[in-house]
Ligand binder design. Structure first.
Ligand code: NOJ
Length: 733
């Protein structure tokens, strides 16, 4: 039988028999009984959630995991509520459940969509084995501001890369068939423009023009919808004066209207109630009415729907048809997940025991981790290390840290389960390793109060580390930001190396010049001093469970790094927001004018561009680009370039294609990424890489969100970074 007919029957039959209260119940989501991921609403203790489950007043729960735990709550709903409509269990499975992949920003640095898809598929497999049906991921908020701690959760600064990554993650989580036992529903979040929080402060106001909204913030969401994402989460932020949770233009006109999204929209944690605090809603009833009218279908954790919606419909303020539409969307996702066939389908203790943290998964996350590493700098070819005959000092707070690499979205992971750097390096027995931490970054590891616990006083281990460095041929410095220093609510205005690390690097360099910085971080940091003084820098992010092994693979040359930055590194935090795809300004800086006058768009104390730009990343080999040919005579533009591996090892390169539309009715950026291809080229060999761009893809959105292509002169730039010089200009009609 055709499942779509059956689905319509099941869903419509239910809606026709539901009471108003039961409809509101489907739109209500409660957090579980432990481990909340936001502030609990006032009066929460007074709510008897079990009673609400029995009365059909709950459609979903978050933060409940485990085959047994989810089964026991599902049983209450299925057996004791009047209609027995199964719950959908949601959870923040951001980069894995217990087997952790790199943080999402790091994964994006791989520019490898198949690896990213696989990583999300693995996360879905593990999560579905503990009763989870739905992840609150992927986050696809574009951000240009490294002060914002949540950059670690997205795919960086570029809407094209962000769109490709968004689609890959949705496909990974959801697979081909949502009803398969090892796939879960994805959630595109946070709709929209949350990543533009002013001054990089989390939850802060967003005020961007509509051209930026349509061209930069929205494309990844559109890509997720086109990839079939089952749900969307709105957000905490105000966008141009309206909280996005109550924004009908975004949710009804664009998402559900123009894009035809047929899944459901869940609020962010308490974002419905926060519309009162914003000064957009007068009280709970007003907030509920505004959210539902704007297209928010399910409420996470502020109780405005459950307390007010029924009354609002009975008083004729909210049309019941809006509730029917919301419930239809929610029930349809439940149906597609197979929950009406078997509400306990993911509650399988046997599967949980076999499939969670299974050794077989480790190779997938190790591979993802290696692919995420970015070689920022490698003077004198210090990397890779020789496999034997060297004495290597490994110094820094992260040398035997099994926690920080797990990042801060590690809710379900067991503590201390990351492979440490030391564990990764030790198997190379022909190297003489000396491990000396030199300092502890943190006084104490605490999730929510970390900022106050950075070590700024204890230098007692410096001498041992300096001695080790003195006696070594090479020094590896494992330094950076702790995993708990980035993520939600963790904005920072100072993005230099925290604590005493800078001081220690300076001391080490006085005794040994062969220093390689292994930079652990969840965001771009200000590493200007290191970039000028430390000969080699390898960006190792927070790489998840297999961190130490993956870093060792790259450091020891078992794997040739090919990652490229998804977000540029600044010269100074004062440049924020910083992005490669900026406009030209009427007074751009160039080498002729900067010496002579001050009347150009620049800073007096630092250059305008990034220290390491978007798309940058080196390899143990080198690539040269030549013979760029562009043919724009047909409807599809054909671009061709020759790339030669000019070094003596095989390597992979991400070949990036940028365009510039020289004149348009809406000013276009100096460069925008339009395509890329990751290819493997053997040492000494050349390959011709081809891109085919439909003419229409050279277009843009105007301020009303209408897409248009305007003929004229375009530049096509190809290379291994956004600052590539290889450029061809021609007219496209
Ligand atoms: C708030 C975060 O903004 C959101 O991304 C997350 O999914 C929810 N909390 C639930 O934990």
């Amino acid at each position: 039988m055709d499942r779509s007919y059956q689905r319509i029957d099941v869903v419509e039959d239910l809606i026709s028999t539901m009471t108003l209260e039961e409809k509101v119940g489907q739109m209500n989501q409660y957090t579980g009984f432990w481990d909340p991921t936001g502030p609990l609403p006032e009066g929460d203790e007074a709510i008897d959630k079990y009673e609400h489950l029995r009365s059909g007043l709950v459609g979903s729960m978050l933060n409940v995991i485990g085959a047994e735990e989810t089964r026991s709550l599902q049983k209450i709903v299925v057996e004791e509520s009047r209609l027995g409509i199964p719950l959908i269990f949601g959870y923040d499975v951001i980069h894995g459940l217990k087997t952790l992949s790199p943080i999402p920003l790091a994964e994006a640095a791989s520019w490898d969509m198949e690896a990213i898809r696989k990583s999300a598929a693995l996360a879905a497999r593990e999560a579905s084995a503990v009763g989870i049906h739905w992840t609150f991921a992927p986050m696809m908020d574009i951000s240009r501001d490294a002060r914002w701690g949540r950059v670690m959760e997205g795919a960086g600064e570029d809407p094209y890369l962000g769109s490709r990554v968004a689609a890959a993650r949705v496909r990974g989580f959801q697979g081909e068939d949502l009803s398969a036992p090892n796939t879960i529903a994805a959630c595109a979040k946070h709709f929209a423009a949350y990543g533009f929080a002013e001054a990089g402060r989390d939850y802060n106001t967003v005020d961007i023009g509509t051209v930026t909204l349509h061209n930069i913030a929205l494309p990844p969401f559109k890509a997720a919808v086109d990839a079939g994402v089952a749900t969307v989460m709105n957000g905490f932020n105000v966008l141009n004066g309206v909280p996005v949770t109550g924004d009908a233009y975004l949710q009804r006109d664009i998402l559900k209207g123009r894009w035809g999204f047929d899944g459901f929209v869940v609020s962010d944690w308490a974002s419905v109630g926060e519309m009162i605090t914003h000064g957009f809603a007068a009280d709970g009833a007003d907030a509920a009415q505004k959210a539902v009218s704007a297209g928010c279908d399910m409420e996470m954790e502020s109780r405005m729907f459950i307390r007010n919606l029924r009354q609002l419909v009975e008083n004729g303020i909210v049309d019941e048809a809006l509730l029917d539409d919301a419930v239809r969307r929610i029930l349809t996702v439940k149906y597609n997940l197979g929950l009406f066939d078997d509400p306990y389908r993911y509650c399988d203790e046997q599967r949980e025991a076999n499939e969670v943290f299974a050794p077989a998964y480790r190779e997938v996350v190790r591979d993802m981790a290696r692919k995420s590493i970015v070689l920022l700098k490698n003077e004198r070819n210090l990397l890779p290390l020789k496999q034997e005959g060297q004495r290597v000092a490994v110094i820094g707070p992260f040398i035997d840290d099994d926690s920080s690499p797990l990042g801060s979205w590690r809710k379900a992971a067991d503590d201390h389960t990351a492979v440490t750097l030391k564990e990764g390096l030790m198997p190379y027995g022909n190297v003489e390793w000396i491990f000396e931490k030199g300092l502890d970054l943190l006084m104490e590891e605490r999730v929510w109060t970390l900022e106050t616990k950075i070590n700024t006083t204890d230098r007692s281990s410096f001498p041992a580390a300096i001695d080790a460095a003195k006696s070594a041929d090479v020094v590896l410095l494992a330094m950076g930001e702790h995993g708990f220093q980035s993520a939600e609510g963790r904005s920072r205005v100072n993005i230099e190396l925290p604590g005493l690390q800078q001081e220690l690097i300076e001391e080490i360099l006085k005794v040994n010049q062969n220093v390689i910085l292994l930079l652990h971080t969840g965001r771009p940091l200000d590493i200007v001093w290191a970039s000028e003084n430390v000969p080699a820098i390898l960006l190792v992010w927070q790489l998840g469970t297999e961190s130490g092994n993956a870093i060792a693979d790259v450091v020891m040359g078992k794997y040739n790094p090919a990652g490229k930055l998804p977000m540029g590194f600044p010269r100074h935090v004062g440049q924020m927001p910083l992005y490669y795809n900026h406009y030209n300004t009427g007074r751009p800086v160039n080498t002729q004018n900067i010496e002579d006058f001050v009347f150009w768009s620049h800073y007096g104390d630092v250059e305008n561009d990034a220290l390491f730009p978007f798309g940058h990343g080196l390899s143990y080999t080198t690539f040269e680009y030549a013979n760029l040919n562009v043919n724009a005579s047909g409807d599809v533009i054909e671009i061709e370039v020759e790339v030669q591996n000019t070094g003596n090892v095989d390597g992979e390169e991400v070949i990036q294609l940028y365009i510039r539309d020289e004149v348009a009715s809406v000013v276009r950026p100096v460069r925008e990424l339009k395509a890329f291809d990751k290819v493997s080229i053997p040492a000494g060999e050349s390959e011709v890489i081809q891109f085919s761009l439909p003419k229409a893809s050279l277009g843009f959105y105007d301020g009303r969100g209408e897409y248009r292509f305007e003929p004229g002169f375009f530049q096509f730039m190809v290379g291994g970074s956004s600052d590539t010089a290889l450029n061809t200009r021609l007219e496209v009609r």
